[in-house]
Design a protein around this ligand. Structure first.
Ligand code: HEC
Length: 75
């Protein structure tokens, strides 16, 4: 298991979240908004274009607050 070791659940939250909680919450709301846009796309091309924004939003928040890249394993 050592090769794929990662912190226990909860251990990789950055203290920066608590330094500016409103900014963190705004990022969360922005991400939810682009996710909703993606869900309302009329076709797969439209969904893909919107999904890129969702993925970028995930990465933006994780880069600022989390020591964990959710896309490292799948991209
Ligand atoms: C507003 C900030 C924010 C956004 C936006 C965000 N995340 Fe996260 N994410 C976090 C934080 C903080 C954690 C760490 C939670 C913890 O350690 O308890 C996390 C953890 C995770 C984890 C790991 C969970 C675990 O148990 O280790 C995954 C997977 C993940 N996020 C996927 C995503 C995906 C996919 C998106 C985009 C759809 C996304 N996140 C958007 C803040 C965010």
């Amino acid at each position: 298991m050592a090769a794929h070791r990662r912190p226990r659940r909860g251990d990789h939250r950055a203290a920066a979240i608590w330094d500016d909680l409103p900014a963190f919450q705004q990022l969360l709301r922005d991400t939810a908004a682009v996710a909703r846009q993606a869900s309302e796309a009329g076709d797969i091309a439209g969904f893909r274009a919107e999904w890129d924004k969702v993925a970028a939003a995930c990465t933006t928040c994780h880069e600022s607050y989390v020591f964990f890249d959710p896309f490292a394993a799948i991209n």
